[in-house]
Design a protein around this ligand. Structure first.
Ligand SMILES: [Zn+2]
Length: 75
């Protein structure tokens, strides 16, 4: 089975990760992985499947900041 390309770096083939069925993007800052169930990556120690775009990451960060601020405000 040929390695799929990274869905963020479509010109790059993912590389097999050890003796597993997991392939990882060769770009270190990307962190995109692929297995027989599709693309995934690990965000904050959690395995997240599907598309994770930069805006949604930003949204998660923003949401966290808002929660922190609300907690500080005592709401
Ligand atoms: Zn990539």
């Amino acid at each position: 089975m040929p390695s799929p390309p990274c869905d963020r770096h479509t010109n790059l083939e993912m590389v097999p990760f050890g003796q597993t069925f997991i392939e990882v993007c060769p770009v270190p800052s990307c962190g995109r992985c692929h297995d027989d169930r599709g693309y995934f990556e690990v965000v904050d120690g959690k395995l997240v499947r599907g598309q994770i775009s930069a805006p949604s990451r930003l949204f998660v960060a923003t949401e966290r900041i808002v929660k922190t601020l609300r907690a500080r405000a005592g709401r």
